[in-house]
Design a protein around this ligand. Structure first.
Ligand code: SF4
Length: 345
């Protein structure tokens, strides 16, 4: 059942016109091509789209973890409201390896990946890794950091937590490793948790447990979550707002309930029609979106979705639609809702 949309509070993160490119020998991959996104305090925002749409590159840009070269933020701003200092900084302007960015990573924004082994070091015990993260951000001794590690393992409901503290990642199951990742991510009490396909590698039962846990921890810790996923079922359970991404751009943005009941952009409609969504009325059969997401190496003159869109018109191949409010709190970038065609509503 979709959660109600929320009245956005003051934003904790504001991304403006973000562009992140990868400069390859013979071409330039425009992975993120002008993303605008606002994350309010204590909100879960779902960022959805097929593989290759730029969701993860957006997240890695926010973390300043884009490998350079070949990657680079070429334009845009990423404003973060820092809870420790009360100031707002533009992350895009910071040195990715500098002290402020190291403080922000983990202290203000933490990330968890689909595969926990991407973040967990196989050579160190679970306790050592959490304690080290805590000590990197807080001036506390080893004993206090290990106590904090144990407290976090209990918070993520790891059984026999005292024993697990001294175990290595390979000794844990996939679900347990993901719990450890969440414990590690939340150990420094960040304001924002980015979860990149956090449950995709897990079986359905464990997936549900991890999602429940994230919901509960969000309430306890008061963090905002950016949930990156291609799974609309997960979004409908978890997110308050949803941004749909296609070929490096946000093409639709709305409260979750509104988006699931009144999708506007043909790409969103295609995504919804291609998966069974529990509780969605009127879904008769599953239909896949034709074609694939193209590799973003060329500047497309019109709407990037036009070659796959069942409703494409002449203007769609000539001019890019911009993201604009079509209903209150519901934005779409589509010529079906251009100024001259509001009557389609
Ligand atoms: Fe389809 Fe045109 Fe809308 Fe693009 S702008 S999604 S091609 S109708």
């Amino acid at each position: 059942m979709a959660q109600a949309s929320v009245i956005p509070a003051a934003p904790i993160l504001e991304i403006k016109k973000l562009k992140t490119y990868f400069f390859l020998e013979k071409s330039t991959v425009r992975a993120v091509e002008g993303v605008d996104l606002t994350l309010p305090h204590k909100t879960t925002l779902g960022l959805v789209g097929e593989s290759g749409c730029g969701k993860s590159v957006t997240a890695m840009s926010v973390m300043r973890l884009i490998q350079s070269p070949p990657g680079k933020i070429v334009e845009g701003e990423i404003h973060l409201h820092r809870k420790q200092t009360g100031e707002t900084v533009d992350i895009a302007q910071l040195d990715p390896r500098g002290p402020e960015m190291r403080e922000i990573r983990g202290g203000d924004i933490a990330i968890i990946f689909q595969e926990p082994m991407m973040s967990l070091n196989p050579l160190y015990t679970v306790g050592d890794q959490i304690a080290e993260a805590v000590q990197a951000h807080q001036k506390i001794g080893r004993k206090a950091a290990l106590d904090r590690a144990l407290e976090m393992l209990d918070k993520v409901q790891i059984s026999a937590s005292k024993q697990r503290l001294h175990e290595y990642p390979h000794q844990l199951s996939g679900g347990m490793r993901q719990r450890v990742m969440i414990a590690l991510a939340l150990s420094c009490n960040p304001s924002i948790l980015i979860a990149d396909e956090p449950t995709t590698a897990l079986d359905v039962t464990v997936q549900a447990q991890i999602l429940d846990l994230m919901n509960q921890l969000q309430a306890d810790f008061g963090a905002s979550i950016i949930l990156i996923t291609h799974n609309l079922g997960v979004v409908s359970q978890m997110a308050m707002q949803v941004a749909v991404m296609y070929l490096g751009k946000i093409v639709e943005f709305a409260g979750t309930r509104e988006l699931f009941h009144n999708p506007l952009h043909p790409y969103t409609v295609g995504l919804l029609n291609s998966v069974p969504v529990l509780g969605r009325k009127g879904q008769k059969s599953l239909v896949s979106i034709k074609g694939m997401v193209p590799v973003p190496t060329e500047i497309i003159p019109g709407c990037a979705f036009a070659p796959r869109c069942p409703r494409a018109m002449e203007i769609c191949h000539e001019q890019q639609p911009v993201l604009r409010a079509v209903r209150p709190d519901h934005q779409a970038a589509c010529w079906l809702y251009g100024e001259s065609s509001l009557s389609v509503l």
